[in-house]
Design a protein around this ligand. Structure first.
Ligand SMILES: [Zn+2]
Length: 303
């Protein structure tokens, strides 16, 4: 239910509006649209006197974009009680279904310098921001597109006054690590970083880690069944996809519970001010979830 958009986005750069087949709004594609169709599918199923074949629990997660630090234990407990997990994160590439996800790791980096009056005593200061700037270049240089390993410094805070050599600076690194061995490699490199300026202290500490989930035979069966249903509805899926970003599907997939992800809405521009969903996908994608609820039985949950 959370989005990366700060409060004020709706009244500012990304107002809710419909233009042709596109409905724009913060989080509409990633992933409020998915939450909405999952809930609607169950409501419609009940309204027509039908019931899902297996008991369905709908989880609405409020802290997913920051790595689900509070929800993770609840997600894992529920996942173990259920045969299958369906994730209504947005569909990728206008219709693909997510059958695997890379791992995501976060790291906190902190530099502590020596403060000084930036006018009178500049030479006595050791800038935490200057040190961080050097570290950022070193960290982002660890990116290896050939292996899909990427490191992004997405947040940085430092300094208190412009007339002061800054005492401290903090940054958060978001790493795409397709496999556990990539995570181990990135971890070793980040923890081995040393300060360029010997008078500045550098600390690197691991944050949240979402392990990768990979396609199993059970996920293949789930995908094939979903593709068949989508074809019958007349709104076919456009193939399988290994997604770069993490989701709560990483937790359930890594537990070994057959997980199919990316069953939400079609659209584009997640995490940007151009975020939209395709209005024309809402009915067929809701039908697809209804049909999954109607047809998935315990045989799809065998691991
Ligand atoms: Zn997101």
């Amino acid at each position: 239910m959370d989005t990366v958009h700060p409060v004020g986005t709706l009244s500012g750069p990304l107002p809710m509006r419909v233009e042709g087949d596109r409905a724009y709004g913060p989080g509409i594609y990633d992933m409020k649209g998915g939450n909405s169709i999952a809930f609607s599918a169950l409501v419609h199923l009940h309204a027509t006197g039908q019931r899902p074949k297996l008991p369905v629990t709908v989880m609405m997660i409020p802290d997913e974009e920051i790595g689900s630090p509070f929800s993770r234990p609840y997600i894992e407990v529920e996942a173990k009680k259920h045969a299958i997990v369906l994730v209504v994160e947005p569909s990728g590439d206008f219709g693909r279904v997510t059958i695997a996800r890379h791992g995501i790791a976060r790291y906190n980096v902190k530099t502590t310098g020596v403060p000084a009056h930036a006018g009178a005593y500049h030479s006595k200061g050791r800038s935490a921001i200057r040190e961080m700037a050097r570290q950022i270049l070193a960290i982002e240089a660890m990116t290896d597109y050939d292996r899909n390993v990427t490191l992004n410094v997405g947040i940085i805070h430092g300094g208190t006054h412009e007339n002061m050599v800054p005492l401290s600076c903090e940054a958060i690194v978001y790493c795409l690590v397709p496999l556990p061995e990539h995570e181990a490699e990135v971890r070793a490199k980040l923890l081995a970083l040393t300060a360029v300026d010997p008078d500045v202290k550098l600390e690197v500490s691991p944050g949240l880690y979402r392990p990768s989930f990979v396609k199993s035979p059970a996920i293949q069966r789930l995908y094939d069944h979903t593709a068949k249903l989508a074809h019958e509805i007349g709104y076919p899926v456009k193939g399988e996809r290994v997604a770069g970003g993490g989701s709560d599907g990483n937790f359930t997939g890594a537990l070994g519970v057959p997980t199919l992800d990316g069953l939400g809405v079609l659209g584009d521009g997640p995490h940007t001010h151009q975020e939209y969903l395709l209005v024309s996908c809402l009915v067929p994608r809701t039908k697809l979830l209804m049909r999954l609820f109607e047809t998935l039985d315990a045989s799809f949950g065998s691991r």
